[in-house]
Design a binder for this molecule. Structure first.
Ligand code: G4F
Length: 336
């Protein structure tokens, strides 16, 4: 039997790299969409997937170009397509609203249309986001909670969600959206708050930095482990019918709690190092995100397994090792 063929956009990111590993372990033939510049600068831009370079086929294309996505889809003819690529940094969407909307909305639309024309039987996953709930209308949030996005990033994800549902209803595509709450790991980008904290702790523990400036310490998030969240994406596409699912841990912690836990794993008190910098506050904040993943648990058999403390520990340990901190700190961080 021939291998199942998967196409991943955003394959070089945190989620893309975990999904690539997961699908290779399931014996898929994996293809990825990357920017042309990534192929020219692999050491830097393909760092998360470099060790799988021989096992994956990469295709240059841009979310801004329908023709380029169309050609990749027509060439690969995937059985499953995971659309993870986007301008995903909420904070940046306040600086460049127009490109966030253009890239995220058009990119999703182009891909769905290319699939409709070339691979209508392909099963499609769209990376929705808890940011769509924004100014939350209820706590916790479920698949039935009304969206109230607070950034153009959130608006672009609501549009992508609606497009995905419309391609399902109008053209019969097996297209599902995951409403993923924040998911982190040692592969998280440095611009996101959890990695900013874990890498800051490591630099402070290594003596390379003495202060960590953060924005709103009181914002609360539902943080899970990215490795587990990509399993949920795959499970959605194995269902007989496409649908939308909240993926979350059901636990909420503040940025302050994350910082306190991260510093404490390194034997430090966050109050000695963290300062809140007004420049890093957002013009419209999302204060409270807490997901109820009951539907995913019941229908997909999925549940989050990594505790908050274990997630923080894993991230701080990875960054401390990379920063070359001393054995005394590493001994605190190693489970044995
Ligand atoms: O880590 P963040 O930048 O993630 P955010 O905005 O929640 O978005 C992430 O999760 C979404 C899912 O809900 C994804 F769709 C999205 O693509 C991305 O992965 O910020 C988390 C919170 C915010 O409230 C922010 O104001 O942390 C607060 N924060 C406080 N200080 C900070 C900082 N955020 C960043 N990035 N940097 C800070 O220094």
């Amino acid at each position: 039997m021939s291998k199942r063929r998967a196409l991943i956009t955003g394959i070089t990111g945190q989620d893309g790299s975990y999904l690539l590993e997961f699908l290779l372990a399931k014996d898929y033939e994996v293809h990825g969409v990357v920017r042309r510049v990534a192929l020219e600068d692999p050491e830097h831009r393909l760092s998360r997937i470099m060790r799988y370079r021989e096992q994956v086929q990469l295709h240059p294309a841009s979310l801004e170009s329908y023709a380029s996505l169309y050609q990749v889809v027509a060439k690969v003819l995937p059985d499953e397509c995971y659309h993870l690529a986007s301008q995903s940094f909420v904070s940046y969407s306040f600086d460049d609203e127009f490109s966030t909307l253009n890239t995220n909305i058009n990119g999703t639309h182009y891909l769905l249309s290319a699939l409709k024309h070339n691979a209508p039987a392909c099963r499609v996953y769209f990376a929705g986001s808890s940011e769509m709930f924004g100014k939350v209308e209820e706590i916790p949030q479920t698949e039935r909670t009304r969206f109230h996005p607070r950034s153009t990033y959130g608006i672009s994800k609501v549009a992508g969600f609606d497009l995905t549902r419309n391609y399902r209803e109008a053209y019969g595509l097996h297209a599902s959206s995951g409403i993923l709450f924040n998911h982190e790991s040692p592969r998280r980008g440095f611009e996101f708050v959890t990695r900013r904290i874990s890498s800051g702790v490591a630099r402070i523990a290594a003596g390379a930095q003495s202060e960590l400036r953060l924005g709103n310490l009181d914002a609360q998030r539902d943080w899970g482990h990215a490795r587990e969240y990509v399993e949920a994406m795959w499970l959605m596409l194995q269902q007989p019918e496409p649908d939308d699912y909240v993926i979350a841990t059901g636990e909420m912690h503040s940025v302050r709690e994350f910082a306190a836990a991260a510093f404490s794993w390194a034997g430090l008190d966050y109050r000695d190092y963290v300062t809140a910098d007004a420049v890093l506050f957002r013009p419209a904040e999302v204060n409270t995100l807490l997901g109820d993943a009951s539907k995913a648990r019941e229908r997909l058999g999925w549940r989050s397994r990594t505790s908050f403390q274990e997630l923080v520990r894993e991230m701080v340990e990875a960054d401390c090792r990379a920063a070359g901190v001393g054995d005394a700190v590493l001994a605190r961080l190693s489970p044995e």
